[in-house]
Structure formats: C-alpha cells, structure tokens
Design a protein around this ligand. Structure first.
Ligand SMILES: [Zn+2]
Ligand SMILES: [Zn+2]
Length: 84
C-alpha cells in the first residue's frame, strides 16, 4: 500500500500560516498511517501507527514493507500490531 500524503489542499490545519509543517515546509505526512519524514515506513501499513511504532520507525528499528512489519530485520506481526 502506498502512503497517502497530505498536501496543503487537504491539510487539517485550515490554512493558518506560519506554523504548519505541511503547508509551509512541504513536510511529507501520510494521512493513513500518520507517518512523517524519517518516521515513515517504506510501505503504508494502512492504519495509523501507534506512538511506539512511530518511534521505532523514526529510530530505524522498525520497517513496514510488503505487508509485513520488520523489527530489527525480523518479521513481527500479531493482530495487525507490532509486538515484542
Ligand atoms: Zn497545514
Ligand atoms: Zn502511510
């Protein structure tokens, strides 16, 4: 699944200028998984990531690709959520 990136047109900030990373800086944020910049897996998991997942992705320890989560290079998947 591909990420569905937010754009200035569909940004939820309402166009208030000066403080919005999406509108003002073109930050890539996925509407589906809420990933952004470094905290964005290769493929979109198709649901909002949990705080823990997003943190792990940002640290480069977690990756989602071909429908599977990989934690430190090992596939981890349980009830659609990452576990360890
Ligand atoms: Zn915005
Ligand atoms: Zn996504």
């Amino acid at each position: 699944m591909r990420h569905k990136y937010s754009t200035a047109e569909d940004c939820k900030c309402g166009g208030w200028t000066g403080r919005c990373a999406v509108c003002d800086f073109g930050l890539a944020i996925c509407n589906t998984c809420k990933g952004a910049e470094a905290a964005m897996p290769a493929d979109c998991p198709g649901r909002p990531m949990t705080e823990e997942e997003r943190e792990l992705v940002a640290r480069g320890e977690l990756e989602f690709t071909m429908g599977v989560w990989f934690l430190d290079g090992h596939p981890v998947f349980k009830d659609g959520k990452v576990f360890r």
